[in-house]
Design a protein around this ligand. Structure first.
Ligand code: OAD
Length: 260
């Protein structure tokens, strides 16, 4: 069937690249942005705005405590889809994961698969976090990074806004609206998309640039493009294969077929 053909293409490919979005973490309990009960239903967009952070960092952090608890409150674990990608990566079948997610779950899955593996890895997968990582904060003055949990605790206890030893204000290490995307990571993602022989877009509405243009770049340079997403996307018409199925159904099967 189609999935077997995709697995064949992956086995034959030199470069396989995945782009992921909120849908891959939905089975882990992290809400998506769009759709019923999504982030945009629950929160004001201002809470993701760099302008708000600059004008009122104390108020921003006060709100951020609730927001971050609601997004990542139950300390989400990677699910079978993250694990399938991590296992494909270890087996040398996945060059890179470009993710729009800030939950850090691809990194956790890679660490878990490595810890459980009997054999040393034959390959590693580059993880490009295009929108940053909410499990970290970054000082706006000296640039140093910390785990977000103790900083959130300080903010929850009224230390607003939380500041670094150097006196600078911490900001969640994510890309807020109105902020520059990490240029080097975006450039790298673009060249990976162009280099790829197989490009998989997984759990993303593909509605936010620049990530949304990666499947087209991949298609234009000859990649086989596969999409796994419950809802239709603007890139479905350029894809070779579209699965409107749950990520935790498709990816573990794909991983098994690739390993055969
Ligand atoms: P969206 O919320 O726009 O889209 C998530 C997609 O996942 C939807 O199209 C769902 O159909 C699909 N989906 C949900 N659960 C699924 C499942 N179990 N299996 C398969 N598909 C599933 O999320 P993104 O595309 O990631 O940016 O959104 C992109 C960006 O929009 C975010 O990174 C965020 C936001 O603006 C920033 O915060 C900078």
């Amino acid at each position: 069937d189609d999935l077997e053909r995709l697995a064949d293409d992956i086995r034959r490919a030199d470069t396989v690249v995945a782009l992921t979005g909120a849908g891959i973490s939905a089975p882990s309990g992290v809400p998506t942005f769009r759709g019923d009960d999504g982030v945009w239903d629950r929160f004001d967009e201002g809470q993701f705005a760099y302008g708000r952070f600059q004008r009122d960092p104390a108020g921003f952090w006060d709100d951020r405590v609730d927001l971050q608890r609601e997004l990542f409150g139950d300390d989400p674990d990677p699910n079978a889809a993250h694990e399938a990608l991590a296992a494909m990566g270890r087996a040398g079948a996945l060059e890179a994961i470009c993710t729009q997610n800030t939950d850090g779950l691809h990194g956790v899955a890679a660490d878990t698969v490595t810890a459980e593996a009997a054999e040393p890895a034959t390959a590693t997968t580059t993880i490009l976090e295009l929108h940053g990582n909410a499990q970290r904060v970054r000082c706006q003055d000296c640039g140093s990074r910390r785990d977000s949990e103790p900083i959130l605790e300080r903010a929850a206890a009224g230390d607003l806004p939380p500041t670094c030893d150097c006196g600078g204000v911490f900001k969640p290490d994510v890309v807020l609206f109105g902020e520059q995307l990490p240029g080097a990571a975006i450039q790298r993602a673009r060249s990976l998309a162009r280099e790829s022989d197989v490009f998989l877009a997984i759990g993303s509405s593909l509605s936010v640039q620049p990530a949304a243009s990666l499947p087209r770049q991949a298609a234009e340079t000859g990649a086989t493009v596969g999409i796994v997403n419950l809802d239709s996307t603007p890139c479905d018409s350029l894809a070779d294969i579209v699965y409107r199925e749950d990520v935790t159904t498709v990816l573990p099967r794909l991983r098994e077929l690739v390993a055969e």
